[in-house]
Design a protein around this ligand. Structure first.
Ligand SMILES: Nc1nc2c(ncn2[C@@H]2O[C@H](COP(=O)(O)OP(=O)(O)OP(=O)(O)O)[C@@H](O)[C@H]2O)c(=O)[nH]1
Length: 657
């Protein structure tokens, strides 16, 4: 009954709009929206409870919260949402905008989230306070998700740079500052956690001045935990951050920021209206694909999806179109009214895949189920690249490209938790370039290389990164040792203040994807902070390391390593496998080899079945015959026997660097 009522109401609205002969006239979008809104407000509180036409660009502020991991972005976002009445105080759900189960369990933000708030503020020179529309974007802090940060910043004119009052400036503070700075955003420094006993806001102010030239007097001092100083945050946002450019009277240009799949509504796109206005029922086209759609629903995130029937220039909101899959929703795409001509917006650089790994169903017969789970998850995480592949040991599976190791981990966890898939993942690898006499090739799967690439390969290159490391000065020695062991080259070394050192290293990506950050943290008692950005390829002496079980190479365990490290990595892999492969009825030899040269070897002895159990006393020759038969059988098993490799063995291999 309810849906029938809604449907007839929508029909009435559309008839009303057609009677105004505006529905197909995109140039009069703003007029249409005004009429649509006032009409809707007169007739229904259900479809348009918030009248966005009251918020011209001058009354809008779009800002992000950026910071190093755990400096309190999501907690600060919570407090601002409470302060503006967007969510109830004591809603019982800390880090409200961290909606994914994995975000709650790990206490990290993985996906940027937008929330629209309304705040009354009396501007300088005005007699009366007026209400402003504020769009807050909470961003992830971890380096793997900096792509999310740069996308969010495209919809903003300002950013709150949150810094922990005790920890001070850390590696991702530096990275995020430069992302915001390069996007020409107004940066408001917020020194958070001032309630901590070890807080030293003056030291942090001095760091902000020396590293980023941010004035100490501009810094806001807050405690998102106790609420201290929070009353100054939103006035600073309104006073210091400029309103978005653009005008609602211009032809529509809408930037597609993100998309996800909802069981009931289909694809939901997060958008920023750069110019013009958009109404429910409008026809829009994609600049990337040329595909046309009708707007079925439009609104804001307040903080849940709240239909408004219209969104106007400068606002950030969501649209539901008839898109069937998120593959149609190209992040960074420009959407515009069909039959208008607009200059597409610059969009975003495509996400760069740093790490590749094979994903296989734990049970070979579950391939279709895994395929389905991956398809559904990539609807909500379009930054993963997927291609099908097959392995002799693991059967049919997928080669997936991730933004980093944490991203890979989070993807696995979401596959298991949200889609019930059980997967085996292979050793992560980085994209190497191998040059053959007939051209070069990017290798994302070591199994694709011939066993002795040196015979045919004329040169090989590996990707490098520029790493930023910030540490207390007493740990400089051990950190330099670890970086040189990982083939790093120091580029910069300076003091942030009397206690902390800032270093820049060029490191091969292969060396940091596996366990580098954990090692850094353990040698610095958890005080190191680390960030990286990708850099150029460098020529390198690489070899393919094969793992053989009973003489048979296991393609899914092959890896590419630097020649100098091959011996150590081979030994570690063989030792780990010996620990995790169970004894079987036959002997198992585990070997690591480069081409035909075996560089490490271990043996797992056979379990012995007592074939003489039923022979009570009696003839020695009969016993001998039984033992001979057993030996023969074992030889045969060793040749044809299928060795069970537990999932744990694959997981352990991930940790060998
Ligand atoms: N003492 C104190 N703790 C705080 C304050 N703000 C946040 N915290 C705590 O710091 C931890 C991290 O806070 P989050 O808000 O999740 O940090 P975040 O920057 O969003 O973290 P990521 O999303 O992982 O980057 C949580 O345990 C918070 O309770 C504060 O002002 N004072």
């Amino acid at each position: 009954m309810g849906s029938l009522f809604r449907a007839s109401k929508t029909l009435k609205t559309r008839k009303y709009l057609s009677s105004l002969s505006l529905i197909n006239n995109p140039f009069d979008a703003f007029g249409l929206c005004q009429r649509y809104c006032s009409h809707s407000l007169q007739n229904s509180n259900e479809s348009a409870p918030i009248d966005l036409s009251r918020y011209p660009v001058e009354k809008i502020r779009n800002f992000s919260i950026i910071a190093h991991v755990d400096h309190g972005k999501s907690t600060l976002a919570d407090r601002l949402l409470e302060l503006t009445g967007t969510i109830k105080r004591g809603h019982g759900q800390p880090q409200y905008l961290d909606k994914l189960q994995v975000e709650r369990e790990r206490g990290i933000t993985v996906k940027a989230q937008t929330a629209t708030m309304f705040h009354k503020h009396k501007s300088h020179g005005c007699d009366e306070p007026s209400t402003f529309l504020l769009n807050l974007i909470d961003t992830p802090g971890h380096v793997d998700f900096s792509y999310e940060v740069s996308r969010s910043l495209a919809a903003c004119q300002g950013a709150l740079l949150v810094v922990d009052a005790a920890q001070g400036v850390q590696a991702q503070t530096v990275a995020n500052f430069y992302l915001a700075f390069e996007s020409n955003l107004t940066i408001i420094p917020v020194i958070n956690k001032i309630d901590q006993p070890t807080a030293d806001p003056d030291r942090v102010k001095a760091q902000l001045k020396s590293m980023f030239d941010l004035e100490p007097s501009d810094a806001l001092l807050t405690s998102a935990k106790t609420g201290q100083g929070l009353e100054h945050v939103l006035p600073a946002v309104i006073e210091r951050i400029p309103h978005p450019p653009g005008s609602s009277g211009s032809p529509l240009r809408m930037l597609l920021l993100d998309s996800y799949y909802d069981e009931y509504k289909g694809v939901i796109c997060h958008v920023a209206i750069v110019d013009g206005a958009l109404c429910k029922g409008d026809k829009i086209s994609s600049a990337a694909t040329g595909q046309a759609y009708e707007i079925l629903d439009v609104g804001i995130m307040h903080p849940e999806l709240t239909p408004t029937g219209v969104i106007l220039s400068g606002q950030v909101g969501y649209v539901v179109t008839g898109m069937r899959s998120t593959k149609e929703a190209r992040i960074g795409d420009t959407l515009y009214h069909t039959r208008t001509t607009v200059e597409p917006l610059p969009g975003f650089k495509p996400a760069k895949h740093m790490v590749f790994s094979g994903l296989y169903p734990a049970d070979g017969s579950d391939f279709e189920a895994l395929n389905h789970a991956i398809e559904r998850l990539t609807c909500n995480d379009a930054s993963v690249s997927i291609t099908k592949e097959s392995s002799t040991a693991l059967g049919l599976g997928f080669r997936c490209g991730f933004l980093g190791l944490l991203h890979m981990d989070v993807f696995h966890q979401r596959l298991e938790q949200e889609h019930g898939a059980h997967v085996i993942s292979t050793v992560p690898t980085v994209p190497y370039i191998f040059e053959y006499s007939d051209g070069s090739k990017v290798v994302q799967n070591p199994a694709a290389l011939p066993s002795n690439p040196k015979k045919r390969v004329t040169a090989c290159w590996e990707p490098t990164v520029i790493a930023t490391i910030i540490i207390p000065s007493e740990y400089v020695g051990p950190v330099i040792t670890v970086c040189s062991e990982r083939r790093g080259q120091q580029l910069e070394y300076s003091f942030i203040d009397s206690q902390r050192v800032f270093m820049k290293y060029r490191l091969p990506l292969r060396e940091i994807v596996v366990d580098f950050y954990n090692e850094l943290k353990s040698i610095t008692s958890g005080c190191a902070s680390f960030d990286y950005e990708d850099s150029e390829y460098q020529q390198s002496d690489l070899v393919k390391l094969d793992i053989l079980l009973n003489g048979q190479p296991v393609d899914s365990m092959a890896t590419i390593v630097h020649n100098l490290k091959a011996q150590r990595v081979g030994r570690e892999l063989v030792d780990k496998l010996k620990k995790f492969i169970d004894r079987q009825m036959f002997e198992i030899t585990i070997q690591a080899a480069i081409g035909s040269k075996v560089i490490a070897r271990e043996t797992i002895s056979a379990m012995r079945k007592n074939v003489l159990a039923k022979c009570y006393g009696g003839d020695i020759t009969r016993k001998r015959k039984l033992l001979e038969k057993q030996k023969e059988g074992k030889k045969r098993m060793k040749r044809v026997g299928y060795i069970d490799i537990p999932q744990e063995a694959f997981h352990q291999l991930l940790k060998v660097s």
